[in-house]
Ligand binder design. Structure first.
Ligand code: B12
Length: 464
């Protein structure tokens, strides 16, 4: 029997074809914070523990997780990071945890617990009375100490419960210890981000909290009351730590916008890249970038990016017309992108890849086909297409006419097993949009691709 101070449970999710999968950095951060206080944490990683969210597979998952839980006797159970797509699995995890450990306190955290207006899901549907909103690094050690001192959890200043919400926001994120990591064999990098070279060890990092932008469809902007970014020195220190401690040669920065301000992007790049070069880091890396930021880059910045190891820029293009961008509340521009990408592809050794969204208020078959055609003209080596998804706590969700609790029933009762709400309009049904996904991949890659629609309709496409 294992007796950790906290047993963390990472819920399973519907892993899509080619998707990445690794121990959530949020859990890694929590484990480090707990260990720093001389406390212990263990994880049940369910990421691949469930073949699908169809009921027969969920029953198998229920038995498996129950058996796994019986190996532990923790002081506290933490479930998360919770996202909306986990719903069907969360219901089972919460039920089984209460059954196996009727006396042990349980707390949930992550994006879904952080969103304003979604607290009811935990209190009423999961019957979990405590959640942590925002950063967990101070909150979780504090919760464990509260339990060790024999006090009720609601005396812990960081905890939220029905009628009492606390948002945890660590001001100096440079003060947070680097996240605990599992071995590289637990890190699956998505096809879009993988290096084609051999002998590369890629590890993920995150260097900010929240997002400066508030695109209508995206949750990131509402996950933190303000955008916080780590210092360049602190980022470099973690890169060196991963290189020397784990043999990492390549980093994926998962920040929504690594360089974040188009007005100062060239200066940001100058400081960051020069710091890496001065320290002879010799690692490659990749970042996410908005189109307006990419368009603002000078050749000098692009040279610096390449020289300091930036091997790939993933551009969040999403739409190829200003009207469609406007309809999803994305303030970036598209004009000049084709020429800019062509220029970068010709003169610089930086691979350009992109994400695109199919569907939206103004969209029809014609606009979707146009987007697919445009995607081929943007000098990209890879592209990732998604239907427009609707998440609670976004402007799109309200504009789509959904009420605060509607997402829950839509996902719980959906005939598809993936936990997503697809934006539909009179011209584009969910089925139609899914069929366009196959067309998009086939057109973009110039060959008949594996059936991408299947990744949504069927059991998980795992690598085993
Ligand atoms: C990196 C990333 C991924 C990676 C890794 C996922 C992972 N599990 O780590 C990949 C590409 C695999 C991925 C996949 C998916 N992602 Co994702 N992802 C992100 C991203 C960009 C960063 C996450 C991160 O590392 N944050 C940094 C850490 C430090 O923050 P954190 O995770 O919030 O953790 C802190 C707190 O939340 C809290 N906390 C976290 N866990 C717990 C647990 C407990 C018990 C407690 C008390 C507290 C607590 O403490 C942590 C430390 O302070 C976010 C956007 C964002 N800006 O956050 C989207 C985001 C979380 N993803 C999202 C989605 C939808 C998905 C997918 C469902 C997409 C899909 N359909 O395939 C899957 C589901 C993955 C999963 N395991 O659940 C949405 C979730 C929105 C929602 N509706 O809930 C987000 C917000 C993106 C968005 N803008 O919409 N994702």
């Amino acid at each position: 029997m294992r007796n950790p101070d906290i047993l963390l449970i990472n819920p399973p999710f519907h892993i899509r074809t080619g998707s990445g999968n690794f121990l959530p950095l949020g859990l890694g951060y929590i484990i480090s914070a707990v260990n720093n206080e001389g406390l212990s944490a263990e994880v049940i990683n369910c990421a691949e523990g469930c073949q699908s969210f169809f009921s027969d597979d969920l029953s198998v998952f229920e038995t498996d997780i129950k058996n796994e839980l019986h190996k532990y006797n923790p002081s506290l159970i933490g479930i998360g990071p919770c996202v909306t797509s986990h719903v069907r699995a969360l219901i089972i995890i919460a039920r089984v945890c209460k059954e196996v450990f009727p006396e042990t306190p349980i707390v949930c955290g992550g994006p879904l617990a952080t969103m304003n207006g979604q607290e009811w899901f935990f209190f009423e549907e999961l019957q979990i009375p405590y959640i942590i909103k925002g950063d967990g690094e101070k909150a979780i050690p504090s919760l464990i100490k509260t339990i060790k001192n024999g006090l009720p959890l609601l005396t812990c200043p960081e905890v939220s419960y029905d009628g009492h919400f606390v948002y945890n926001d660590i001001s100096d994120i440079n003060s947070i210890s680097f996240p605990h990591r599992l071995s590289s064999s637990h890190t699956q990098i998505s096809d879009r981000r993988k290096s084609t070279k051999s002998g590369i060890l890629t590890m993920p990092m995150i260097t900010s909290r929240g997002c400066m932008y508030t695109c209508d469809y995206c949750v990131s902007g509402s996950l933190s009351s303000r955008f916080r970014k780590r210092s360049n020195d602190n980022i470099l220190e973690e890169m060196i730590f991963l290189r020397d401690g784990y043999g990492a040669t390549d980093i994926i920065f998962y920040d929504d916008c690594f360089f974040y301000n188009p007005k100062t992007s060239n200066e940001e790049i100058f400081s960051f890249c020069n710091l890496l070069m001065k320290n002879r880091l010799s690692m490659t890396w990749q970042i996410e970038m908005r189109t307006d930021l990419l368009l603002s880059l000078t050749d000098e910045s692009l040279t610096l990016l390449e020289k300091s190891g930036c091997r790939q820029i993933n551009i969040g293009i999403e739409k190829t017309s200003s009207e469609s961008l406007f309809c999803i509340g994305k303030t970036s521009t598209i004009e000049g992108l084709m020429e800019k990408n062509k220029h970068i592809a010709k003169l610089f050794g930086i691979e350009l890849t992109a994400t695109f969204i199919l569907g939206g208020f103004n969209e029809n078959e014609k606009t979707v086909r146009k987007l697919i055609e445009d995607s081929k003209k943007l000098s990209l080596t890879q592209a990732h297409f998604n239907p427009l998804f609707v998440y609670p706590s976004t402007k799109l969700y309200n504009n789509y006419g959904l009420k605060a609790r509607d997402w829950y029933n839509l996902i719980k009762n959906d005939t598809l097993p993936w936990g997503e709400i697809v934006f539909e309009n009179t011209e584009l049904s969910r089925e139609k949009l899914l069929s366009f996904l196959d067309l998009a991949y086939t057109e973009f890659y110039g060959k008949t691709c594996i059936n991408y629609t299947n990744q949504y309709l069927n059991r998980f496409n795992l690598w085993r």
